[in-house]
Design a protein around this ligand. Structure first.
Ligand SMILES: *[C@@H]1O[C@H](CO)[C@@H](O)[C@H](O)[C@H]1NC(C)=O
Ligand SMILES: *[C@@H]1O[C@H](CO)[C@@H](O)[C@H](O)[C@H]1NC(C)=O
Ligand SMILES: *[C@@H]1O[C@H](CO)[C@@H](O)[C@H](O)[C@H]1NC(C)=O
Length: 396
């Protein structure tokens, strides 16, 4: 009786083991064949470097999918899978090497010091390239340096620089119909108050600190009975378009900045909107038509959040306390699921006394334009590459 019982358990264990072993072997074969294919393709890298990136991404996703399933089945397999991971890493290192020799379309242009950039002259990307956000694999690892530029205006506000035209914009306070344009950060530094600026008056007042400027356009939020995104051409002083956001309850996206219901980010990929439905949600919009293309529910809480910034498809939410202490990045969300919890950077801002009312990342300069209790601050970010470490998901 008993022996038969144990025997049947043993049999079923053996069956499970050999199934796992079989799947492992199939996976290794699959990895090997993909690896060979990739290595062959490296030789024709020059012509294909762009497509190659996309293939690698697909392969990574497929490989992770398989690996995740297997990871659940057998602990021993996990160790063996590390071997497969090393192979993937090796190819990635080769990729990195090839990429440095023949850089693919970068998401950003490097600038090495806290200095002014020249206006960017490349053509704006077409909208159907949305998922190319994944080709950009920079991950913020830390804050390398800080520069306090000025103290201007009220406690809350926004300062930001158009990453394409290099002009600087000041939004003083959390609700007004006027903004100030400076030709450069240097001009702003030299200006006493807004004296050297060009004043721009909008057809309707903005609310909060969620404004974004990109490629000569201002995207701003008006809070009436409905929540509207407005697109304004700064040179022509004309409202080009607007759209109502499908947000029922007007809850602030960051609890420590109650005036900001929606935070907008404009970059090469388009327009991104952050708003709260329970947790912080993210929508990807077409910056030409203001259509919503995609929505994500991040797991980042709005409670004790003060601001956020967005780099290469990854959202970094910054938290603080009341009264303010040290701001820290405590929640990270990647739209392509390319950042594992283990490599998600959690870091502190330099010790300061205030609360950030806005953090605007400039991808060309790799620095954040921050408004901290009336101070205009630049945070220079250290970047590394997303590793996309392969590991089984945590047990539920
Ligand atoms: C900014 O706004 C505050 C409050 O509305 C006002 O007192 C201050 O004069 C403004 N600053 C400038 C430089 O316009
Ligand atoms: C938005 O701005 C307008 C104009 O300054 C102001 O009247 C209104 O109270 C603001 N709304 C909120 C919710 O702060
Ligand atoms: C700005 O004005 C110029 C000249 O009137 C016009 O050609 C151009 O299309 C306008 N741009 C936008 C975005 O409205």
């Amino acid at each position: 009786m008993k022996a038969g019982f144990f025997f049947s358990i043993l049999l079923s264990l053996l069956a499970q083991l050999s199934l796992a072993q079989y799947q492992y072997q199939a996976l290794m074969n699959y990895l090997e064949s993909r690896m060979t294919a990739i290595e062959e393709r490296i030789s024709v890298w020059n012509e294909q470097n762009n497509r190659y990136n996309i293939d690698l991404k697909k392969f990574r996703l497929q490989a992770t999918d398989l690996l995740e399933k297997l990871g659940k089945e057998h602990v021993k397999l996990q160790e063996d899978l590390e071997g497969a991971k090393l192979q993937v890493d090796r190819v990635e290192r080769e990729m990195d090497f090839m990429e440095t020799k023949h850089p693919p379309k970068p998401c950003v242009k490097a600038a090495d010091k806290i200095v002014e950039q020249k206006p960017v002259v490349t053509e704006r990307k077409k909208k159907d390239e949305f998922f190319e956000v994944s080709v950009c694999v920079d991950l913020v690892s830390n804050i390398r340096a800080m520069k306090i530029l000025k103290r201007l205006g009220s406690t809350k506000g926004v300062w930001t620089k158009d990453a394409r035209t290099a002009k600087v914009y000041i939004f003083n306070g959390t609700s007004d119909d006027t903004l100030y344009e400076f030709k450069s950060v240097k001009q702003l530094s030299a200006s006493s108050g807004m004296s050297k600026s060009k004043q721009i008056t909008l057809p309707s007042a903005w609310n909060g600190t969620g404004h974004a400027v990109y490629d000569g356009f201002l995207y701003y939020i008006t809070e009436t009975s409905e929540l509207k995104v407005n697109k304004f051409h700064l040179e022509n002083r004309s409202l080009v378009d607007n759209a109502v956001l499908p947000v029922q309850e007007q809850v602030s996206v960051y609890s420590l900045n109650p005036e900001t219901i929606v935070d907008l980010i404009a970059d090469e990929e388009g327009l991104w909107a952050l708003y709260a439905i329970g947790t912080i949600n993210l929508a990807k919009m077409d910056s030409d038509t203001l259509d919503i293309e995609h929505m994500w529910e991040t797991s980042c809480s709005r409670i004790n959040a003060e601001a956020a910034f967005f780099v290469c498809g990854t959202l970094y939410v910054v938290y603080n306390t009341r009264p303010p202490s040290r701001a820290k990045v405590q929640c990270v969300f990647d739209v392509n699921d390319m950042v594992t919890p283990e490599e998600a950077p959690l870091f502190y801002f330099p010790r300061r006394f205030g609360t950030h009312s806005s953090l605007k990342y400039n991808p060309v300069e790799k620095q954040v334009y921050a408004w901290d209790d009336g101070y205009q601050i630049l945070y220079r970010m250290s970047l590394k590459k997303k590793l996309f470490a392969i590991m089984p998901p945590p047990e539920e």
